[in-house]
Design a protein around this ligand. Structure first.
Ligand code: CP
Length: 337
């Protein structure tokens, strides 16, 4: 039996994820025009901004005959508390315990985007808002990006399979890139999880050990690699990492040991601007493809040359978000009946 929620791909077997990808491919190719959300609805809770996630979820629900309600707590919905036992005498007006139950009475699915607060990684890594929704909702819950981004993972893997065929043993490089702000590690964690789950040879390229991802995800990636016949290693050597890569995936993130002390981290990040993806680096690959989850700052994370090259498949990945999320919504609804 597949899991009740779609919170992390760690809860789903490779076979179950492949079933989602196959269903997404049928949507993409027009082979499946069914309307499994007819008369159903989804609440989309955005604690943070979005272009792709919001648009693709709203349209995905519409295309399958359903309806999406978008709520932005703190903007057009009440600010929300997620800690238990808190004296709520601050900003939050509503507790997730009630919100999750109330939305479950109205809607058939709930999806949540709640980024870290970027002050205390020990707190943020517990992903409390998402966990609270999963605990108190009586309908399936979907992660629209918290400390991981599992919908992006599916879109990425669909792209990899469409372009490279069987991903097993192909060289996948997850490269850190410079950004003026210390961004979320979610997409990097996720890229590592999905690439290892599908047996790829994964290289995590970053400027120094401080930029290695949380041990929880490194260990999960290592376990995936052992189970699915791939590998996971860390490199700080740009040329060696890019050499013979079949797929380069870029993302910026802040160094976890400096979490909440970003002024101290800034000089280290600024010293690594040369990690930007450019033509000469891509020339080291084995006819490699490039992608990014988007949004992407041009000529900061990747050059115009890379973004405009035929080998850049970021727009395809963004399109895939629509198809994979339709597969997730349809599958969770069927499982909850
Ligand atoms: N990749 C992604 O999640 O895009 P948005 O932040 O625009 O939703």
């Amino acid at each position: 039996m597949t899991p009740r929620h779609f919170l992390t791909t760690e809860d789903w077997s490779r076979q179950e994820l492949q079933a989602l990808l196959d269903r997404a491919r049928a949507f993409k190719q027009g082979a499946d025009s069914s309307r499994p959300m007819q008369g159903k609805s989804i609440a989309l809770l955005f604690f943070n901004p979005s272009l792709r996630t919001r648009t693709s979820f709203e349209l995905g629900a519409f295309q399958m005959g359903g309806h999406a309600v978008v709520l932005q707590p703190g903007k057009d919905a009440w600010p929300m508390e997620f800690e238990l036992g808190t004296v709520m005498d601050g900003e939050p007006e509503e507790h997730v315990k009630e919100a999750a139950q109330v939305l479950s009475r109205y809607c058939d699915l709930i999806a949540v985007r709640a980024f870290p607060k970027f002050q205390d990684w020990e707190q943020d890594r517990q992903d409390k808002m998402l966990a609270a929704f999963a605990r108190y909702a009586t309908v399936p819950v979907i992660n629209m990006e918290t400390i991981i981004h599992p919908c992006q993972e599916l879109a990425l893997m669909m792209n990899l399979q469409d372009r490279l065929g069987q991903p097993d043993k192909q060289k996948f490089v997850l490269t850190w890139t410079w950004h003026p702000r210390p961004l979320n590690t979610a997409v990097a964690n996720s890229a590592l999880l999905i690439a290892t789950k599908f047996g790829m040879d994964v290289t995590l390229l970053c400027p120094s050990p401080e930029y290695v991802l949380d041990q929880r995800f490194m260990q999960a990636g290592q376990a995936n690699a052992e189970r699915h016949g791939g590998s996971l290693r860390v490199s700080h050597d740009i040329e060696e990492a890019y050499k013979d890569a079949r797929f380069v995936y870029a993302k910026s993130w802040g160094a976890l040991p400096y979490f909440g002390r970003w002024d101290e981290e800034l000089p280290m990040r600024q010293a690594s601007r040369h990690f930007m993806v450019d033509g000469p680096k891509m020339a080291l690959t084995d006819d490699g493809l490039f992608s990014h989850c988007l949004p992407l700052r041009r000529n900061v994370k990747a050059t115009d040359e890379v973004m405009d090259a035929d080998y850049c498949v970021a727009i395809d990945e963004a399109e895939n978000r629509l198809h994979v999320q339709k597969a997730v919504m349809a599958t969770l609804l069927e499982n909850s009946n």
